[in-house]
Design a binder for this molecule. Structure first.
Ligand SMILES: [Zn+2]
Ligand SMILES: [Zn+2]
Length: 430
């Protein structure tokens, strides 16, 4: 046969395949695993390996089956944890805490103002806010067909529900009566104090772990300054904001004036440095392979104020509402939502909620100033894929421009040891 001559030098397996293909089609063709040829069956090596194979046959298939099942289980559990719907109890998870905070919005959460007079003891009624509830394991139920109550809390573990109700401070509803507004505020303050203790312990079911342990305010929500874990988290949160803004650049084009009201006014000598290092972080994290190409585009399209807006924790969110697109600036830390059009028209400057991490202090510095300096300092901590390299030496002078000079002036432990050794030698020699 011509084809067989043609394939004279091909390996034996291929020849066998060719022979099979050349055979007339057989409807009952069977394929079986090649058996050991008869003449080798009594060979001691073959006998040894077949005995091992027989012995482990069952174990091998059991293992294979389990590993496939485990892989499948892993796949099915991962999205459940990250979707934030899991009922897991993790008071040390910042992501879970921020997810619970994100369930509180202007529609489903409204707390009347406090008098801010602390008459009732150690707890201030003004501590009743979204953060306090989220720290104690509560999320706020969205307003829906099944729920038309605002301030409707639900525990993320024991699923107990708690609705906070207050006396209306709307003057019109008390017009006919002789209620003093101050009395109503005081009544509401008393209610708040009792709700605070319910939220902390009382309302959770007996077996709920949130009853005995809540998220720590310091360390989980307000980050500890000058710690590597904090830096890594803050850099990641910043880069996600930056990615969101850069992805939405066309929508931000006309918002320059508005966005600049969000960032501290004035320029700093560090501005250029901050933008340059931010760009390095951003490109390494999201465009590892194409960073050279994208860097030029970024320089061209991205104005420097974008980086500052991202450093303040703002993202842009586009929501469609009756055929219109509504632009919102949102913060993941406090779930503040600024309606861009409304604020541009009214000219009112709004910011984060008063308790937001971005309004807090890191040591002696405002959060923004701390983070602004930190990014500029972290130039050497950028890994090849934009990850944070923890073990890089980092000086916390927090002043990148004068950093080197200050380090030389500061006490260096190695210099000190050298001098001590020299002095000791002099003593012993004499
Ligand atoms: Zn609970
Ligand atoms: Zn905020």
């Amino acid at each position: 046969m011509d084809s067989l001559n043609f394939a004279a030098n091909t390996p034996r397996v291929l020849n066998q395949c060719l022979a099979l293909l050349d055979q007339p089609a057989r409807p009952t063709a069977t394929f079986s695993v090649p058996l050991t040829p008869k003449k080798y069956e009594n060979h001691p090596d073959i006998q040894f390996f077949s005995s091992i194979k027989k012995k482990h046959h069952f174990e091998y298939h059991k293992l294979k089956k389990n590993s496939t099942r485990d892989a499948w289980l892993d796949k099915s559990t991962v999205p459940m944890i990250h979707s934030g719907k899991s009922t897991s109890f993790d008071p040390y998870s910042r992501a879970d805490l921020l997810h619970r905070i994100s369930t509180f919005n202007a529609l489903n959460w409204s707390i009347p103002p406090s008098s801010d007079l602390n008459e009732s003891g150690t707890v201030l009624p003004s501590t009743l806010n979204e953060l306090f509830c989220a720290l104690n394991g509560w999320a706020c139920e969205p307003i829906s067909r099944n729920n038309n109550f605002s301030n409707h809390l639900k525990c993320s573990v024991c699923e107990v529900q708690l609705i906070l109700r207050f006396n209306s401070v709307d003057e019109a509803s008390y017009g006919k009566f002789l209620f003093d507004m101050e009395d109503i505020v005081r009544l509401n303050d008393n209610l708040k104090v009792s709700y605070l203790s319910e939220i902390r312990h009382g309302a959770h079911s007996q077996s709920c772990p949130w009853k005995s342990l809540s998220c720590s305010l310091q360390g989980i929500y307000y980050m500890t300054p000058y710690v590597s874990a904090t830096n890594a988290t803050l850099v990641t949160e910043y880069l996600l904001c930056l990615k969101n803004l850069i992805d939405n650049l066309p929508a931000l084009e006309n918002m320059g004036a508005f966005c600049q009201t969000l960032v501290p006014s004035g320029t700093s000598e560090l501005d250029e440095h901050f933008v340059r290092v931010s760009k390095m972080w951003f490109l390494d994290r999201f465009y590892t392979d194409t960073k050279e190409n994208f860097a030029a585009v970024l320089d061209f399209v991205c104005p420097p104020w974008i980086y500052k807006v991202a450093a303040l924790g703002w993202k842009l969110s586009l929501q469609s509402h009756q055929e219109d697109t509504v632009l919102l600036m949102t913060c993941d830390c406090c779930n503040q939502r600024l309606f861009v059009e409304q604020h541009m028209a009214e000219g009112v400057v709004h910011s984060h909620k008063p308790w937001c991490m971005h309004m807090s202090y890191m040591g002696q510095m405002s959060f923004y100033e701390y983070f602004y300096r930190l990014i500029a300092l972290l130039e050497k901590s950028i890994g090849p894929h934009g990850e944070y390299l923890v073990d890089q030496e980092l000086s916390f002078d927090m002043d990148p421009l004068t950093n080197n000079r200050k380090r030389r002036e500061s006490f260096d432990i190695n210099d000190g040891l050298d001098r001590l050794t020299k002095l000791r030698k002099m003593y012993f020699v004499s």
